[in-house]
Design a protein around this ligand. Sequence first.
Ligand code: CTP
Ligand code: MG
Length: 243
Amino acid sequence: MSESTIWAVVPAAGIGERMLANKPKQYLSLCGKTILERTIQSLLSVKRVERVIVVVAANDTYWATLACSQQEKITRVLGGASRALSVTAGVSYVADNAPNGSYALVHDAARPLTSIDDINRLIDAVFSSGNPDNGGLLAVPVQDTLKLANTNHTVERTVNREKLWQAQTPQLFRAALLLDALQQGDAATVENRVTVITDEASAMELAGVQPLLVESLQANFKITRAQDLALAKAWLNSTESAE
Ligand code: CTP
Ligand code: MG
């Protein structure tokens, strides 16, 4: 199995508009710690993750107040106006500063519940796949029945969900390959040839790569709205009291 260096990249430069809170959602408290601290802590609990690059907004006033901002294994870089630009800034730091051939493990700040087992299974699956340059991502098969909508919100038809998965993070790719793909994807978006790069895998797909889907087996939802934060609190309380 390949034993390349892995640095995590945590995009945390969003404003969390849909959360309707008084600060960016990554700085809201989730059972005694901020969402961002929990996410970073999970990544640092994965033995093969050597460093965490946290991408924050240029006008961020919260990051420096967290104790982990002083931690030796953590580097802060400045993000951009979209998730893709923030990720590009973080991956670019990895490509420039980590040893040649290193991997970037990109993981949303807003997913604090990801299990260490799932992250390790993703890394093992990519490194033992025979095609580690293709990278991979955590994802889950779609469970609900899917409808294709007409413009007036009526059902056009039911879509076969057999081969459909919902992408999550972390997503693991060689930093140099991902940086190239993100930059090409950005250029293509500007030229209006494609819609949007909504995750790292979609940038790699545009570059002709077929990333590995690794099923995530434990709670790994993204905290987007207030109800997600309430659910995360309930989930943590139930798992912590079960221990
Ligand atoms: N993100 C980022 N830079 C941006 C936008 C988003 O680093 N310009 C990060 C967010 O901080 C988050 C992750 O990308 O950790 C996933 O994005 P999302 O859940 O959409 O977060 P926000 O963009 O902050 O939320 P919203 O879309 O509701 O404003
Ligand atoms: Mg967003």
